[in-house]
Design a protein around this ligand. Sequence first.
Ligand SMILES: *Cc1c(COP(=O)(O)O)cnc(C)c1O
Length: 362
Amino acid sequence: MSKKVYNFNAGPSALPKSVLETAQKELVNFEDSGMSVMELSHRSKTYDSVHQEAKQLLTKLLNIPDNYQILFLQGGASLQFSMIPMNLLKEGQKASYLMSGSWSEKAFKEAQLIGEASIAASTKNEQYKSIPSFDSSTIESTDAYVHLTSNNTIYGTQWQSFPDTKDVPLIADMSSDILSRPLDIEKFGLIYAGAQKNLGPSGVTVVIVRKDLLEQENDNIPTILRYQTHAKADSLYHTPPTFAIYMLRNVLRWVQDQGGALAIQEQNEKKANLLYEAIDQSNGFYTGHATKESRSRMNVTFTLPNEDLTKAFLNEAADKGFVGLGGHRSVGGCRASIYNAVPVEACTALRTFMEEFQQTHS
Ligand SMILES: *Cc1c(COP(=O)(O)O)cnc(C)c1O
């Protein structure tokens, strides 16, 4: 028996146990090829069927229309911070950034290195406790795009509905909440996500891009940094991270088995409610960082009355097998990351622990 832990890591994070077990079973002899999926040529038929199935499953689960293309890239969401402006922000155009936390700041910083980028809304002055409100009259139809971070992994806030940016493409960093709920893909010009929170292991970044945006691309950037390069080659321009894509496919199969995005959303709401109720019913012992309307269903952030109690809470939690509850190093406090693969049972156990800890320490 392996050690029982409840994994609340922020990323890389929990994977469905059945997905890991399948990978283990298939590890040394994938589909009777006599070798591991890692050892197959990325040009082989056997690998190609994995690659294609991953795309098909994602298309189905997120209801991705035909005029969008899925790309499997490397370099993490962080490389997308640069690739987006390199490819899509032309001379004479402006990109607007909606700031809701550290990841938005990083994305904005890269865009500023490349072209004209400005902040259209921000909640930085309120410690990013909420999602900013965005006035679409600040954008012009000729703007390159509007960028937002759909879920703020560090602060624990999440866009519950998305702004209408009219003809200007909306771009979203969905690294920490992709496939946690159904999505209206047509609202977006481009969506990107590092896989390691909701989709699989680290190593692959999923980009979903509207095809017309690929046409107006910049030829003055290195070949490997152009979306077009990867789009034309079906993400096989160079060696893709084959094992990560195989794991992604297996996670997508698992999501399908759970009943798809809507069923996953219901589970996620149930999980988040368990923890937010513990906070709300604690008479102020636990304080949530996010305002109620902006609360994330993926990352639940909270503090205790003082630093000593926070430390004691984290130590006791660790002793009881709760892993990854420390807040991000930039903000401190506590954070429970409850991505798709975290079972309800883990949230129930954490809630019970929170209640018991409060009883013995207040
Ligand atoms: C984790 C995270 C990133 C960073 O992803 P990398 O794949 O490590 O580059 C970017 N944005 C958000 C919202 C994240 O949660």
